[in-house]
Design a binder for this molecule. Structure first.
Ligand SMILES: [Fe+2]
Length: 631
């Protein structure tokens, strides 16, 4: 098992295809088998197609596609399916990577030594999970709660309901900030730098000017990157960027860690001479928090192997405030270092998150361009230029957005790569989807109306909430008028572009009846209601705004947060905040969200699931009953 760096992760799953993702330290001769719930019967499919991307000397990312046997139209729905991954060694012997694997990618409660999942009957979601924001070294969210990654509570739900398909969630949506590239613990960066050379074969050099100037980030002392590289000069606005990820190997290594790979953080003594003189952080305390986060990595690994996982990035996959507004973009993309850093981040995002969402979007030429640059080990040249040009390209409006033919119909929005200036100009708050991106959504909804007829329910995933928590957003607007910068305030809500989105959804040809919006980003969780209105024609679409944020980060909760959120304490869970004047709920709890859909595809309930200690089973700690008549 040593050769497997992360995975298997179950990715896009449909009746006609199942994708499995895997990262390996060496090339493998892989195949897959899909079984029905009775494992004594022959496999349902032994037909698999394998794509490989070599991203470093010892970094291979695989995407396996299993399809029904010829003559069979689709895989069975509404029943447990299991899969096996097989490797052929040099002698032609085949062995399983997952069966009986001591690293626990199967659940004991599944009664089989293989990972398992299901395709809901009629592709109709009854229950799904969602969550966002996993910063390993964040302090524990609430006093009295153990520091942990609440994604592991999602793993607990699968374990508890492995073969009860009424209770078991059918998919997991990770809605942004799956990594924090800008805000990295010193111990984690030390580990990532140490892994870089073995993983990719070099310590990457990055261009700093247009005259051949280069820098090797691995040579900079820990916690010294902001200081020594003057990252702000390249356009980085994060205030926590002393250990900012910069090279492809660092971004890739961070993904391997958060996706359940092996983690070994060095002790302070081992890195003492590598710490920058300006560092004023408690190395050991930060390391302890990160260790507590990674302590549940086997739960995470098992979870991701046993449920279809869909992902979308927010800003921290690249850097804080990524593409905040045109002024921010002009500075970042106006220099070769900024361009390369974003290209590295996006190439890693593609390999570890984006590829498996909608694999058909990425052809061989796309893979070739990435491989050609990453395996050449040069900071500049034709391959490097082609790499930057491809990763930063914004011609394709749905490069990272995608949809799923489920009920409700699922649309996952990229709200980062296709922005445009709002009414406050180049340096103000932005519209999150520009004309071409809105045109793509318009066409997609019209197509659905043609396929499904009018009045279909929509599941919309947007990293930042479409219907924000009003009190907090108003505070941001007032503060902005007082001169506090959009970057400081994270002024990235939908407020600027809401009427434009509203007009797309309410257009006569869209056919959308009811919307469930899933979001993260804000570091507090809330469930509320909203509506998209149009006077001509007279349309009102009810919406449930369900926000689960964060899985592991620090919520708004200090004195300012409590005043803004107008806290009333709950008797059973004194940590929960229930504001008096809203029809929703808001909380600073770390959690994973569970959405229950009614038979017609509208939201029925939003449940926040969490546990206080790693040894406890996850609990439903806050349940919000949705009713569209409550708007
Ligand atoms: Fe976040």
């Amino acid at each position: 098992m040593d050769k497997i760096l992360a995975g298997p992760i179950l990715r896009r799953v449909e009746r006609s295809q199942v994708y499995i993702w895997l990262a390996s330290g060496e090339p493998l001769s892989l195949s897959a088998k899909l079984y029905g719930h009775d494992l004594t019967s022959p496999p349902l499919s032994e037909t698999s197609n394998v794509k490989k991307a070599q991203l470093g000397e010892k970094l291979f990312v695989y995407l396996l596609k299993i399809t029904p046997e010829p003559g069979t139209a689709s895989f069975p729905e509404g029943e447990l399916l299991y899969y096996d991954l097989l490797v052929q060694d040099a002698g032609g012997n085949e062995y399983s990577l997952v069966r009986g694997n001591p690293d626990f990618v199967f659940y004991e409660s599944g009664h089989q030594q293989l990972p398992g999942f299901f395709i809901p009957a009629g592709s109709k979601f009854k229950r799904i999970m969602h969550g966002s924001c996993r910063r390993p070294h964040a302090k524990q969210a609430l006093p009295g709660w153990e520091k942990m990654d609440q994604l592991s509570s999602g793993a607990g739900l699968i374990e508890a309901h492995f073969d009860d398909l009424n209770e078991r969630p059918a998919a997991l949506f990770l809605t942004g900030d799956q990594i924090y590239a800008d805000d990295v613990a010193m111990s984690v960066l030390a580990m990532l730098i140490d892994q870089s050379q073995p993983l990719t074969g070099w310590h990457e050099r990055m261009p700093v000017d247009d005259h051949g100037g280069e820098v090797t980030p691995a040579d900079i002392k820990l916690h010294g990157r902001m200081h020594e590289l003057n990252l702000a000069g390249f356009g980085i606005t994060s205030t926590a960027a002393d250990n900012h990820l910069l090279t492809f190997a660092e971004y890739a290594g961070m993904y391997l860690a958060v996706l359940g790979g092996e983690v070994s953080l060095p002790q302070r003594g081992h890195v003492f001479s590598r710490i920058h003189h300006s560092a004023a952080v408690d190395y050991n305390r930060e390391r302890k928090r990160a260790m507590a986060f990674f302590a549940t990595r086997r739960d995470i690994r098992r979870l991701l192997a046993n449920i279809p996982v869909y992902m979308i990035m927010d800003d921290h996959e690249v850097t804080d405030d990524w593409n905040l507004n045109p002024a921010w973009e002009a500075k970042m993309y106006g220099n070769p270092f900024g361009r390369r850093m974003v290209s590295n981040a996006l190439a890693a995002y593609w390999a570890f998150q984006g590829w498996g969402n909608d694999p058909d979007k990425f052809d061989d030429a796309f893979l070739d361009t990435i491989e050609a640059h990453l395996n050449r080990h040069q900071a500049s040249g034709a391959e490097a230029d082609a790499f930057d040009a491809q990763m930063l390209d914004r011609q394709v409006a749905d490069r990272w957005s995608y949809s799923l033919s489920t009920r409700p119909f699922t649309v996952v929005l990229d709200t980062r790569m296709h922005r445009e200036a709002g009414s406050n100009g180049q340096a103000g708050a932005c519209v999150l989807m520009n004309g071409p991106a809105r045109h793509w959504l318009t066409q997609l909804l019209q197509q659905q109306r043609n396929n499904l007829g009018a009045d279909y329910p929509l599941l919309l995933i947007s990293a930042t909430p479409v219907f924000g928590f009003a009190r907090m957003e108003k505070f941001q607007q007032v503060a902005s008028k007082l001169g506090i910068s959009p970057a400081t305030l994270d002024l990235e809500s939908w407020r600027q572009g809401f009427p434009l989105l509203e007009s797309v959804l309410t257009q006569p040809a869209s056919g959308v009846r009811e919307v469930t919006v899933l979001s993260g980003d804000v570091h507090y969780s809330f469930s509320s209601q909203g509506a998209f209105n149009s006077t001509a024609p007279d349309v009102q679409i009810h919406a449930a705004q369900l926000t689960s944020s964060p899985v592991s980060n620090n919520p708004a909760g200090g004195v300012i947060g409590k005043v803004l959120l107008h806290v009333e304490q709950d008797d059973d869970y004194p940590e929960l905040m229930t504001p008096q004047e809203t029809k929703g709920q808001v909380t600073s709890l770390n959690n994973i969200g569970l959405v229950l859909f009614a038979d017609d595809g509208s939201t029925e309930k939003h449940v926040l699931v969490a546990r206080r200690r790693k040894v406890e089973p996850p609990k439903h700690v806050l349940t919000y009953q949705y009713s569209s008549s409550g708007v």
